[in-house]
Design a protein around this ligand. Structure first.
Ligand SMILES: [Zn+2]
Length: 539
């Protein structure tokens, strides 16, 4: 029984395979939709295949437009000028979809009681009759017969008794892929520009004041109108790849044929500062190996610093072109491209790997460590034997950052360049980061004969960590004098509720020791010792 049914199904399938190709399909798209995408990364490798194993065929710059061909997994095949290749889908945003039009043919009965038959010939049986003036959608044509579909029947009618009309239907996709309903919109202002007249205007999910608020756009910023609703709201792209609706009431803005060229009153470019209310206060974690921090929200703006993979920052602001404002060092703010990180509601407790999953290896995995390079800028710290303490402190701090990150820690630096955060700034920064440990790095000065490293603590609860770090350093620096861990009343530890220590790495006043302190070997060994001390402390 089962077997017979399968044989029957198989025969049916075989028949349809043999029959279908002899018909000519009529309903077909006469214009394939073309999706244009924009590169949203400072530079993006275009490869010969859909993985990083394939060779780079072209490097695309931020903002370059490409045409989408297909997708495979997280990769998109695109065409850029004459080059075709694959790019990671993460770094492109859709900017537009051209109208897709399809042709629909209709067959209208020109006679009464027109037979709809089961096949293309009068020998086939009649399934029903079509009255004069009624129509069906043409599915296929064969010789002098057309296959049509009506609400009741699907069958064949003679071409002699129908008139065939062609109707073009066009659907236009907006940039976020939603279809604009022509009935509810007016096209009169589409393509024109809307300029905000009020200090700030809410961008909403749909054309209604009660709809979800997505962002706020600022006075004098202008946006191309993508669509307009019957209740006078306009659809705009308020940030790269993000569209929303704003009220186009004349009390809130002005519609002009061309983009106004006057600069905004707040000195920003007329694309405006967009504050997506949803991301401010959230956390941005870097997923690139290192990311440039710039003065303003642009890849061409002055580079201030770099931030490393896995570090997280509170989002202070977000620009319309998806750049994020962060505090990258004590009292210092700058902008990073939002394309190279992940936004999370709360501060990640574990480093985020490139594919967005938490890494579980690394013995300091998820630990947040503030590394404080003492002095800096106008404050040199101790000066002896041609060496400025601030420079050595920073070099060790940078080496320590690498070692800690390699062990899985999330490292926050009070400074990464030659700047001077005050002691108050350093403590405030630590309070903001709420680290698992605060490590301040200094070099000592005293008489020419004094030598060795010392680990200092102030609060009673800091002494255990001080002891572990002393032990770690003693192991990694066997030739250095171990001066032990000691209590000292230090502002950066006393005013800091977090567990912390201050490491005096060695004496720059000792002519022999300073030669060692200047070497990369010493810095790396000291960084290893401190890292191992932390690993053992957190075990
Ligand atoms: Zn110092």
């Amino acid at each position: 029984m089962k077997n017979n049914r399968f044989k029957f199904m198989f025969l049916l399938l075989l028949c349809s395979i043999l029959i279908i190709p002899s018909f000519v399909g009529v309903r077909q798209a006469n214009a394939a939709s073309t999706v244009t995408m924009k590169v949203n990364a400072e530079s993006l490798n275009m490869r010969s295949g859909p993985s990083t194993n394939y060779k780079v065929v072209k490097v695309l710059k931020m903002g370059s437009k490409v045409t989408k061909i297909s997708t495979k997994g997280t990769w998109t095949k695109v065409k850029s000028s004459s080059t075709t290749g694959w790019i990671s889908s993460k770094y492109v945003v859709k900017v537009s979809t051209t109208a897709t039009s399809s042709t629909t043919k209709k067959a209208v009965a020109t006679v009464s009681n027109l037979n709809i038959r089961s096949g293309a010939g009068t020998s086939y049986k009649s399934l029903g009759k079509l009255s004069k003036g009624t129509s069906g959608t043409v599915l296929a044509e064969k010789n002098s017969w057309v296959k049509i579909k009506t609400s009741k029947y699907t069958g064949w009618v003679s071409k002699s008794y129908v008139s065939i009309t062609t109707k073009k239907s066009t659907s236009t996709s907006s940039s976020n892929g939603s279809t604009v309903k022509p009935a509810a919109t007016s096209t009169a202002n589409v393509g024109k520009y809307f300029t905000v007249k009020v200090d700030s205007l809410n961008v909403r999910k749909s054309s209604s004041a009660s709809s979800t608020k997505l962002a706020v756009i600022k006075k004098n910023s202008s946006y191309k109108i993508l669509a307009q609703s019957s209740n006078n709201w306009v659809k705009i792209t308020y940030a790269t790849g993000k569209t929303g609706w704003v009220s186009a009431s004349t009390s809130y803005g002005k519609i002009t044929k061309t983009k106004p060229t006057t600069s905004s009153s707040n000195g920003n470019s007329n694309t405006g500062t967009v504050v997506p209310s949803t991301d401010i206060g959230k956390y941005f974690t870097i997923t690139a190996d290192s990311l440039n921090v710039r003065k303003s929200a642009s890849a061409t703006s002055t580079k201030l610093d770099t931030v490393k993979y896995g570090s997280s920052f509170k989002i202070l602001d977000k620009s319309s072109n998806n750049w994020i404002k962060i505090t990258y060092a004590t009292g210092k703010t700058g902008w990073v491209s939002g394309s190279y990180g992940k936004i999370t509601k709360s501060k990640p407790t574990k480093p985020v790997s490139n594919d967005g999953t938490n890494t579980s290896d690394g013995s300091l995995s998820g630990k947040v460590i503030v590394v404080d390079a003492g002095h800096g800028g106008s404050d040199s710290g101790a000066v002896a034997n041609g060496v400025l303490e601030k420079d050595l402190n920073l070099q060790v701090a940078l080496a320590l950052r690498s070692k800690l990150q390699a062990a899985g820690a999330i490292v926050k630096m009070t400074r990464t360049t030659d700047i001077f955060p005050t002691l108050y700034d350093r403590v405030s920064f630590s309070n903001m980061m709420k680290p698992d440990a605060f490590i301040s790095l200094h070099h000592d000065s005293a008489t020419a004969s004094a030598r060795g490293f010392t680990v200092l603590y102030t609060k009673g609860k800091d002494s255990t960590l001080a002891s572990y770090i002393k032990q770690g350093m003693s192991n990694s620096l066997p030739n250095m004098v171990n001066r032990g861990h000691k209590y000292q009343n230090l502002y950066v530890l006393r005013e800091n509720p977090q567990i912390g220590v201050l490491v005096e790495l060695g004496f720059i006043t000792n002519l022999q020791e300073v030669q060692t302190l200047k070497t990369a070997t010493f810095r790396n060994s000291a960084a290893n010792g401190i890292t191992n001390g932390l690993i053992n402390y957190f075990k």
